[in-house]
Design a protein. Structure first.
Length: 481
């Protein structure tokens, strides 16, 4: 009853990290198959997706699950017993194949994985990863690993979505602000509590940090540190939640706010301000009773509305604060609050609502520089594998010593047609092109071998990934004056 369940090595048993039906696939390939070559791509996108992907997260999966002697006798024994019970049959498990890997490869996986550099921006319908076995007796292993490797869809999709929002904010800053100085802190990760697990919050939170520096998801910071060598990938600030305000009582709301200014007399401090009446809070408390303290404080108060229709609330709060604290016009003719007060909208933020807010601000002549954003569910959870239509398919095999082009082309869905043959990703006339059927030039292949026979051959640092993913506005310079 009181037994403490701790994570054990068996919970990372590579033999069990696959779909059940793959357990029997070693029997299903044609006789004398010696090579299976497969690839991963984003073969399109849904309404919430994007026509290009920011590739990220494969290194996490490799370091977490594939490095070193991952096959042991203990894991084979465990898998045998689990799968016997799972299938009700003790003859389906490919124990011979796993014992061969243990004996001949000392438990290292005899596969080669090539991939585009992490952080690369690749248009949809291009190869991103290829996988092939390096031992002819382990042809079955390539697609056995599909289940695990396809999970790269999640960090890739989070990273793609986050980057798209960075481009959107950057676009409005270019139109309404003097520079991009604050862009890297404009979208803060609020998604830890809404994630499906601590691990998923770490993976998704890390993916967001490829594009931004602000986060409250500490697990994302730790994932970046452990798997990408980032000493500190993300930053936060003192901030109030509703309980630290409402525990003072409605009649003492001003005292609760005053306490925040007193406890944190310098730097940034964020205070949720909609516990009762956000208009009263902005107009009468921040804008009157506490105005002098805010103006004299050595730092910036960030007012956080947290309910209502986002684009309507943000404009209303800006107008109230503008009347109470004043504003100036920047070189583009847009209004900017004094540097000691800003807003963060952390409720209902997605790519779509973000665009609505930014457009409403522009139409009301408020600079995008006045507001930062916090996103949770839409940033880390409102997506699935089909958002970017991610798929892993076999395209080439060697059978009876001869190369065979492998593909699918379902009559009911041409969008699921897969690529044929051995693939390379090359740049032609300034555009990425996937060369199929072995027609590419290996010397021009952007795909890099990152894993081979249990060893990591390329270890990306987080700063490298960030540099690869940087948006064009930052690359060309951030001063618009």
């Amino acid at each position: 009853m009181d037994k403490i369940i701790k994570a054990t090595d068996s919970e990372s048993n590579i033999i069990l990290l696959t779909d059940s039906y793959k357990i029997t696939h070693h029997r299903q390939y044609p006789p004398n198959t010696t090579l299976v070559y497969s690839y991963f791509e984003s073969r399109g996108h849904q309404k919430r997706g994007f026509p290009e992907t920011c590739f990220f997260g494969l290194q996490y999966l490799i370091k977490r699950h594939l490095l070193g002697p991952v096959v042991t006798q203990e894991k084979i024994d465990e898998a045998r017993e689990i799968l016997k019970l799972h299938f009700g049959d003790d003859k389906l498990f490919n124990e011979e194949g796993w014992q061969y890997i243990l004996k001949e490869h000392d438990g290292h996986l005899p596969v080669r994985i090539k991939a585009v550099p992490e952080g690369s921006i690749i248009p949809e319908k291009n190869v991103l990863i290829t996988v092939e076995n390096t031992d002819p007796k382990c042809f079955w292993l390539t697609n056995y690993l599909e289940t695990l490797l396809v999970q790269v869809w999640y960090p890739m999709t989070v990273c793609t979505n986050s980057r798209a929002q960075k481009k959107l904010i950057g676009q409005y800053l270019e139109e309404t602000a003097d520079n991009l100085d604050g862009l890297s802190f404009k979208l803060h990760d609020f998604g830890f509590r809404g994630s499906t697990s601590v691990e998923s919050s770490g993976i998704g939170g890390c993916a967001h940090l490829v594009n931004f520096l602000g986060t409250d998801t500490i697990s994302g910071v730790m994932t970046a540190k452990k798997y990408y060598g980032a000493d500190m990938a993300g930053f936060s600030l003192p901030a109030a939640e509703h309980s630290t305000i409402t525990s003072w009582g409605k009649e003492n709301e001003a005292d609760a706010y005053r306490n925040m200014l007193t406890q944190f007399p310098t730097g940034l401090v964020a205070v949720v301000s909609d516990s009762y009446d956000v208009w009263h809070a902005c107009r009468d408390l921040w804008g009157d009773q506490l105005k002098s303290q805010i103006e004299k404080r050595n730092g910036t108060l960030v007012v956080r509305p947290d309910s209502g229709v986002p684009h309507e609330v943000v404009i209303s709060v800006l107008e109230i604060l503008g009347k109470r604290f004043g504003f100036t016009y920047n070189s583009k003719g847009f209004k900017v609050l004094p540097p000691y007060i800003r807003i963060i909208q952390g409720d209902g933020i997605s790519f779509d609502s973000l665009g609505e807010i930014l457009q409403a601000m522009k139409e009301s002549k408020w600079s995008a520089d006045n507001v930062a954003y916090g996103s949770g569910g839409a940033l880390l959870q409102r997506m699935d594998r089909d958002t970017q239509k991610c798929a892993f398919k076999c395209s080439y095999a060697i059978i009876n010593g001869k190369g065979v082009e492998v593909y699918k082309d379902p009559v009911t869905d041409s969008g699921k047609k897969s690529k044929k043959g051995q693939l390379t990703l090359e740049i032609k006339d300034g555009k990425y092109v996937t060369m199929t059927q072995g027609t590419g030039d290996p010397k021009n292949d952007i795909l890099t071998t990152v894993f081979e026979n249990g060893k990591l051959l390329k270890d990306y640092l987080f700063n490298e990934v960030r540099a690869n993913a940087e948006i064009h506005l930052i690359r060309k310079g951030n001063d618009f004056k």
